[in-house]
Design a protein around this ligand. Structure first.
Ligand SMILES: NC(=O)c1ccc[n+]([C@@H]2O[C@H](COP(=O)([O-])OP(=O)(O)OC[C@H]3O[C@@H](n4cnc5c(N)ncnc54)[C@H](O)[C@@H]3O)[C@@H](O)[C@H]2O)c1
Length: 300
């Protein structure tokens, strides 16, 4: 797909960033959304991101907005869906999309954790469907996990990997369609233990975050967990696992501590308190710190 026609369905946080990456890579992008307010602001949001990155705003000219789903996907070579994380919504959307696209148009979902098999099972042609899991913000975090189902054709997979690599993304091929794919399984295994440490009074939330940031978090950008296991030795890793695995959290359901926070409307930034309290200034400071850090990592 040298210069492809790409349709992005959903112009929210992820959709506008995905559209931006493809437009910067030179593709003709059409973006659609059910909410006119999100569609009307999409090009100005992309332009603001490009300005902030110091990149050429000219790419915005390659992003066309369309309020009509059928019109938005009709001529597409590749469609990626980034609507709300809701299985029936995504299933219905792909049923609608399939009625309007060519037989060889590739269909991808950007779901965070829903198995692609569940989303795509109702399609007439499931060989051209797969998952592409981007990370927020799509133009600053390099990874896209490309998830195949039992039905995905080799050609669909190869074209999708090549499309994203040519757009500057790092791809990871997920060979089995498991909930959470690779990145979110790893991330939420850590979050489960982090919450458990607080729940059991071993430390407070700030301490959990401070420990991660000042210890193995420092090494993570250059040393993955299995590189680290080889570095210290698989024998030492086994000895550690014999002691620590029986002691760490293994509950198959969300922590009661987390459930209580949600029941009490302690929803984090949205309500000013979650695991800890957040003033608007603290929220803004953390957001800009993360963005500045991700920008500084661009050359790694
Ligand atoms: N936010 C993240 O960090 C992140 C990361 C990776 C993947 N994802 C996944 O990406 C998807 C989108 O997440 P988001 O954070 O961009 O959400 P968002 O709420 O910012 O955007 C979702 C958009 O979908 C639109 N939408 C809803 N129903 C629609 C329909 N029927 N047709 C067209 N548009 C419709 C909404 O109007 C909204 O603009 C979700 O599946 C989410 O799990 C999110």
């Amino acid at each position: 797909m040298a210069k492809a026609r790409i349709s992005v369905v959903g112009a929210g946080l992820m959709g506008h960033g995905i559209a931006q990456v493809f437009a910067v890579a030179g593709h003709a992008v059409t973006i659609t959304d059910a909410l006119s307010q999100n569609l009307d602001t999409v090009t100005s949001r992309i332009a603001a991101n490009l300005r902030d990155l110091g990149e050429d705003e000219g790419a915005v000219k390659r992003v066309r907005i369309s309020a009509d789903l059928a019109e938005a996907v009709r001529d597409a070579d590749y469609v990626v869906e980034a609507v709300s994380e809701d299985l029936p919504l995504k299933q219905q959307l792909f049923a609608d999309i399939e009625r309007h696209v060519r037989a060889d148009t590739i269909l991808a979902s950007n779901t965070s954790v829903i198995p692609i098999t569940a989303i795509m099972q109702g399609l007439a042609n499931r060989e051209r469907a797969l998952g592409t899991h981007w990370w927020n913000p799509p133009y600053l975090v390099p990874l896209v996990e490309v998830i195949e189902t039992q039905w995905t054709s080799a050609a669909t997979l190869a074209t999708t990997m090549a499309l994203h690599e040519a757009a500057g993304k790092k791809t990871a091929h997920v060979k089995k369609d498991v909930p959470g794919f690779i990145g979110n399984r790893l991330q939420h295994a850590l979050w489960r233990e982090a919450i458990s440490l607080v729940e059991h009074g071993i430390c407070d939330a700030q301490t959990v975050d401070a420990v991660v940031k000042a210890s193995f978090g420092r090494r993570l950008p250059v040393l993955g967990p299995l590189e680290n296991a080889d570095l210290v030795g698989t024998d030492l890793t086994l000895a550690i696992h014999n002691i620590v695995l029986p002691a760490i959290e293994s509950r198959p359901e969300p922590s009661p501590y987390l459930q209580k926070l949600v029941a009490e409307k302690k929803l984090g930034f949205k309500t000013g308190e979650g695991f800890r309290k957040w003033t608007p200034a603290e929220q803004a400071a953390l957001r800009s710190k993360v963005t500045a850090h991700l920008k500084s990592m661009q050359d790694l």
